[in-house]
Design a protein around this ligand. Structure first.
Ligand SMILES: Cc1cc2nc3c(=O)[nH]c(=O)nc-3n(C[C@H](O)[C@H](O)[C@H](O)COP(=O)(O)O)c2cc1C
Length: 199
């Protein structure tokens, strides 16, 4: 966390006083979990597109989830591996952390989720795990952002769609990798409007 301080002295006829203005810069963390590396790769690409974000961190290396509370914004990447499961859909480190996330106080924090999946082979369960992460962060009081219209995708079903929108950004590096760059650029621009401190 960076602190910028401005110190100035003002004088009135017979009083002199000093005023310190402390401005805290916004902090935005990127977190991911992965099995074959695709979610990590996308986290790095997003970091390159979003000035103001910290270096992406693997959830396997996070010892204390309370560090989420040090951020004003959090961007989370999650793949889907447990096809059709009701719970623990990601098959990664996120699964065992969901309850703990919901017990945090993340009120006032903006949280955006991106998901990795395969819209062709797993078209009935496209990026299902995003919904789970979205739900637990919401329970923690976070203000959820980064929603994307489902009309921009070809798939049959996803637990991550509500009212015509995905609860984050779905990406398909298996069957539609040629679309990922444009999707990332567009989402990065959206997040710059939704999460303070991004440039
Ligand atoms: C056994 C298996 C199950 C999968 N299940 C799903 C699924 O249910 N839904 C989906 O969208 N993608 C599914 N995928 C695709 C992965 O989510 C996709 O390859 C993703 O990019 C992996 O991300 P990672 O490399 O970060 O682990 C599955 C892949 C495999 C091999």
């Amino acid at each position: 966390m960076t602190l910028n301080s401005i110190l100035f002295t003002a004088k009135k006829p017979d009083i002199s006083y000093e005023c310190i203005v402390i401005k805290k810069s916004m902090s935005v963390g990127i977190y991911f979990a992965t099995t074959t590396g695709k979610t990590e790769d996308v986290a790095e690409r997003l970091h390159g597109l979003l000035g103001g974000t910290d270096t992406p961190k693997d959830m396997s290396d996070v010892d204390d989830l309370k560090e989420f509370q040090d951020h004003d914004g959090i961007i989370c990447g999650i793949p889907t591996w447990n096809t059709g499961a009701d719970s623990e859909r990601s098959g990664t480190a996120w699964d065992t952390l969901l309850d703990e996330i919901s017990e945090l106080d993340l009120s006032g924090r903006k949280v955006a989720i991106f998901g990795l999946g395969d819209s062709s082979t797993y078209t009935e369960n496209y990026c299902d795990a995003m919904e789970e992460l979205h739900r637990f962060f919401k329970t923690a009081g976070a203000s959820m952002v980064g929603y994307v219209s489902a009309s921009e995708y070809t798939f049959d079903e996803s637990k991550s769609v509500d009212n015509g929108s995905f609860c984050g950004l779905p990406l398909d590096e298996d069957s539609e990798s040629d679309l990922t760059d444009a999707r990332l650029v567009k989402w990065a621009d959206q997040l710059k409007n939704e999460i303070p401190g991004l440039a």
